[in-house]
Design a protein around this ligand. Structure first.
Ligand SMILES: NC(=O)c1ccc[n+]([C@@H]2O[C@H](COP(=O)([O-])OP(=O)(O)OC[C@H]3O[C@@H](n4cnc5c(N)ncnc54)[C@H](O)[C@@H]3O)[C@@H](O)[C@H]2O)c1
Length: 329
């Protein structure tokens, strides 16, 4: 029997991952013998969605992750796999430096120490981000980011994620746990309400018009981005938990494959899916800070290591919109 903890388990990807784990059969942790899921603990400062909170195999633990771990709470009891997804998003970390350091760095340090204290060599899947990459005058961003590209984060969020990756790798090297860091692209289309991520408009310009509402686009139509659908994102996280050490291939982070699209491509796909009236609901209101952050992230990815693990990008943005419509209607 397998025990799993998801930090950020009430969030967008955490709750999606939880539903997939509950629906799936036995899980082959790190390529081992498949075993049924015994207990799924969802740790979040926000309430877990009712369908999950009421599930017989789910334990919802509500509170700040750092506070829970500092208090020695039994958050990780019996965990064979920990998916560490709790984090403040990019826009929040730029606006509130202390929040990002607390939620993304100190809570991660506490979590890794608690995983070590388990003494059971758990698998720890860490949700990193393409925001670890970036371009600066002394170190320009290459046109295409590859597995060996040097991270050069240009935001507090990106720095915190990169430090988390490095700590995870060192805990792994020391034999305290089995760390798997996954660099996610911007996940779109995110359902629900807008969030404070600088990339949030990459969902909003599709989600809001599909609901007949106006949406603001803060960047130009030719702005390019690396996108992954929610299903591809959780597939990457599950692959990290189930791959054998040999297949995973090392301690450095795996960059997930991503579809490169411009805002113009996305809006063309929106028009094909929902007609010109949907596309006309976009208000172009430039935001230089959002444009700066988005331009600092890579838009073109060559993810050879992920491809060897069987992971692939979404084929086109039309399929991403169809996935969103199928899941939300
Ligand atoms: N969604 C994306 O586009 C994307 C892209 C790259 C990386 N990621 C990473 O994937 C992970 C999940 O992203 P998401 O889109 O589901 O985010 P989300 O904001 O929907 O979920 C994160 C959850 O973490 C919780 N949380 C934050 N700080 C906490 C704390 N201190 N204690 C307890 N809970 C806390 C929040 O309440 C939230 O429910 C994050 O680590 C994020 O940085 C996401």
């Amino acid at each position: 029997m397998t025990g799993i903890v998801i930090t950020g388990g009430a969030g967008f990807l955490g709750s999606r991952l939880a539903r997939e784990l509950l629906a799936a059969g036995p899980l082959a942790v790190a390529g081992g013998e498949p075993r049924p899921l015994r207990r799924l603990a969802l740790v979040d400062q926000a309430p877990v969605p009712p369908d999950l909170a009421g599930h017989e195999r789910v334990t919802a633990i509500e509170g700040d992750l750092g506070d829970l771990l500092a208090a020695g709470a039994e958050v990780l009891a019996g965990a064979d796999v920990i998916f560490h997804l709790a984090a403040a998003v990019s826009g929040e970390c730029e606006a509130d430096f202390d929040l990002g350091m607390r939620a993304n760095l100190r809570a991660t340090e506490l979590l890794l120490a608690a995983c070590r204290a388990l003494g059971t060599d758990p698998v720890v899947v860490y949700s990193s981000s393409l925001a670890v990459f970036g371009g600066s005058g002394d170190h320009p961003l290459p046109d295409v980011v590859e597995d060996h590209t040097l991270p050069n984060p240009q935001s507090s969020y990106g720095v915190q994620k990169f430090i988390g990756e490095q700590l995870l790798a060192d805990y792994t090297r020391k034999g305290f746990l089995r760390g798997r860091a996954v660099r996610l692209p911007t996940v779109s289309v995110r359902p629900g309400r807008p969030n404070a991520a600088a990339s949030g408009f990459l969902s909003g310009i599709i989600r809001e018009p599909l609901a007949g509402q106006r949406a603001v686009c803060p960047v130009g139509a030719q702005t390019a981005a690396a996108i992954g659908s929610p299903a591809r994102a959780t597939a990457g996280l599950l692959c990290a938990a189930t791959s054998s050490a040999q297949a995973w291939g090392g301690r450095s982070a795996v960059t997930l494959p991503a579809l490169t699209v411009t805002v113009a491509d996305m809006l063309a796909a929106l028009e094909r899916a929902a007609g010109p009236a949907a596309r006309s609901l976009i208000d172009w209101v430039p935001d230089p800070e959002v444009a700066r952050l988005v331009a600092s992230w890579p838009a073109r990815i060559r993810a050879d290591r992920a491809a060897r693990l069987g992971l692939a990008p979404d084929p086109d943005f039309g399929s991403v919109i169809r996935q969103y419509l199928a899941e939300t209607r």
